[in-house]
Design a protein around this ligand. Sequence first.
Ligand SMILES: Cc1ncc(C[n+]2csc(CCOP(=O)(O)OP(=O)(O)O)c2C)c(N)n1
Ligand SMILES: [Mg+2]
Length: 325
Amino acid sequence: MDLAMMLDLYRDMWLIRAFELGLEREFKQGNVPGMLHTGLGQEATQAALAAHLEASDCFFPDHRCHGINVLAQQRHGGDGERIMAELFGRATGVCSGKGGSLHSADPAVGNFGCNAVEGAYMATVLGVALASKLREEPAVACAIIGDGTCGRGEFHESLNMAAIWDLPVLYACLNNGYAIMTPVGQGHASADIVDLARGYGFPCEQLDGNDIEECYDKIENAVAHIRAGKGPYFLEFKTWRWQAAFAGEFRPESEVKYWKEDHDPILMAGEKLVELGASVEELGVIEKEAREVTEEWISYAKESPMPDLAKATANVYVGWEVAGS
Ligand SMILES: Cc1ncc(C[n+]2csc(CCOP(=O)(O)OP(=O)(O)O)c2C)c(N)n1
Ligand SMILES: [Mg+2]
């Protein structure tokens, strides 16, 4: 990978990290309603996926995908700040503040929406993929799933149907080692999710989800396969989430240290960039700019109006009105 492309991906990863750090701070201060699942530590996978998905493709983000939602906006003519506003529940958000983190969508940029029911979109993605196939469009339908979600029935139904109908689906499994606090090897017959997928007969690969170059190259190859009409593809990204669980940090100190210090996707990319000829100062500017943009977006969100109560049920329930509005 050349220096310019690597720098672009580094910039994208920093935008995700700064966004999530800023959001986490605001959440702790009580400014962000609802639940918060951050994608901290998983930036490489999200940046690499965003780099290969067009607005005419579709993706179903998992619950840690604020980052890919922001990048999809930026790449396809939308506004990243509207993702922040959505998370703050403001009228200027991509779903007018009604979607928040777990229910927001923006099909105009390919974002077909997160779902609070883990894995529900493993079924929905088949419909979108079938539509593309019938229309003979070279579009990719991508489902982003956590390891825990792979224990759901829809996981197997989806892979089976995608296989027998040769559907253009990219399955992107972010195996971060745990579902809440359950280690992947305790919740599944194999700690390598790719083993569960292999029986369906289409290409399946496991990769280092924190190595941006590997993520970029493997996704490029998978997407080319799908666009060529060769059917589904499964990628398992081995990664790790910074966010612990409700009870706090439960993972061994050595494990936390390994993933945060020795195998952090941004630090790893930074080292490669220096080898390719980038300066440490240049990398510092990228981080600074990402943090500044994040603060601008947070201010925008905070200054945006709350949704109008009279419109509370518009686009939510057909034909319902708020009593007294
Ligand atoms: C069908 C369903 N069951 C349970 C939950 C509650 N829940 C939310 S996140 C989560 C763990 C998901 O684990 P994983 O897919 O590995 O994602 P991670 O949080 O590790 O990124 C669970 C069980 C849910 N949202 N939907
Ligand atoms: Mg997990």
